[in-house]
Ligand binder design. Structure first.
Ligand code: PEP
Ligand code: MN
Length: 343
């Protein structure tokens, strides 16, 4: 249920209703909007308390939440969420551009890439230190050494660091170095990991599982939100279909669909979504045209020798050209690619 407070309801009335909701054994999620405050009452119990809550002081109405996800729903929070961390801002007209190597391989490769993408206008650095690889024989990442290299690249460039965490027991370690915790496609439904990431205090970039529906993605986000972390970015990174001309199939309709249903920002990954460097720029700009709040792309100083995903990684020059197209499309759509103010 959503307890919609009247315009001008006092802080005491809001607090009173939070306590009433909690007294019913429900979790109270107050959302302080510019117009009015609403309190999402989350729990298994259905609408049985609706009438008694409606008579509370300062309450305008109590309405059921129709979507299966609650805190992520636009019904609960009509205003779009903007995630801001360090140099990165994503959402509500600001497009974040996250770029960097698939894997952190060494200091020089990562810092050179960070400098090049910053120069071209990227607003955050990506790079995997813990790599979830399909084969156990593939490069698994530099782990803590990789995190230290990412932190050094942030010191050099000022770019916020987005990096993946693949296990619950690594969340504290990764959160010590990262600005944003990436939950990868393979882990989208690892609920303990989602809760741990939610409790870390760091913003989360949640990638869609290649076989997950939109409802499943939103319910996965709900685990992070319910852990008290409002800073979740959803990431469309392509799904598995019968089609084999691209690594995955990148459904850009996810972007407007998600915007209708959730206030959370939507980031698109055209690198994993296509698996071909030549398809990244067109799909990045198409994603921005369709309303994406951010793009995450793989960039490598020499893709041919990359330890992972070289075939879909852009060279520095290709990244610069991609940024130029994206900037023009963003401008045409009335949005801006800018770093976080004061970040
Ligand atoms: C990655 O970002 O390098 C990655 C492994 O992505 P995904 O989880 O989308 O496959
Ligand atoms: Mn990759």
């Amino acid at each position: 249920m959503i307890v919609v407070m009247k315009r001008g309801a006092s802080p005491e009335q809001i607090q009173h209703m939070i306590e009433r909701v909690e007294g019913l054994g429900l979790k109270a999620h107050p959302i302080y909007g510019t117009e009015r405050t609403v309190i999402a009452a989350i729990g298994e119990k259905r609408d049985e308390h609706r009438q008694s809550l409606e008579s509370g002081p300062g309450v305008s109405e109590v309405v059921p939440i129709l979507a299966p996800y609650k805190v992520a729903s636009r019904e609960v929070r009509p205003e779009s969420t903007v995630v801001r961390v360090g140099s990165l801002a994503v959402g509500n007209g600001i497009v974040g551009m996250i770029a960097g190597p698939c894997s952190v391989e060494n200091y020089e490769q990562t810092v050179d890439t960070a400098r090049a993408v910053k120069e071209a206008g990227a607003t955050a650095l990506r790079g995997g230190a813990f790599k979830p690889r399909t084969s156990p024989y593939s490069f698994q990442g530099l782990k803590e050494e990789g995190l230290k290299i990412l932190a050094a690249a942030r010191d050099e460039t000022g770019l916020a660091v987005v990096t993946e965490v693949i296990a619950t027991e690594d969340v504290d370690l990764v959160a010590r170095y990262a600005d944003v915790l990436q939950i990868g496609a393979r882990n989208m439904q690892n609920y303990r990991l989602l809760e741990a990431a939610g409790g870390s205090g760091k913003p989360v970039l949640l990638k869609r599982g290649p076989s997950a529906t939109m409802d499943e993605l939103l319910l996965a986000a709900e685990y992070v939100l319910n852990a008290g972390n409002p800073n979740v970015m959803l990431c469309e990174r392509g799904i598995r279909t019968f089609e084999s001309h691209t690594r995955f199939t990148l459904p850009l309709a996810s972007i407007p669909y998600l915007h209708e249903r959730t206030h959370l920002p939507v980031v698109v990954d055209p690198s994993h979504g296509t698996g071909h460097a030549s398809l990244v720029a067109p799909m990045a700009s198409a994603a921005i045209a369709a309303g994406a709040d951010g793009i995450i792309m793989e960039v490598h100083p020499d893709p041919e020798v990359a330890m992972s995903d070289g075939f879909q990684s852009l060279t520095f020059y290709q990244f610069k050209e991609t940024m130029e197209v994206c900037r023009r499309v963003a401008e045409a759509m009335g949005r801006r690619i800018v770093p976080n103010e004061g970040g």
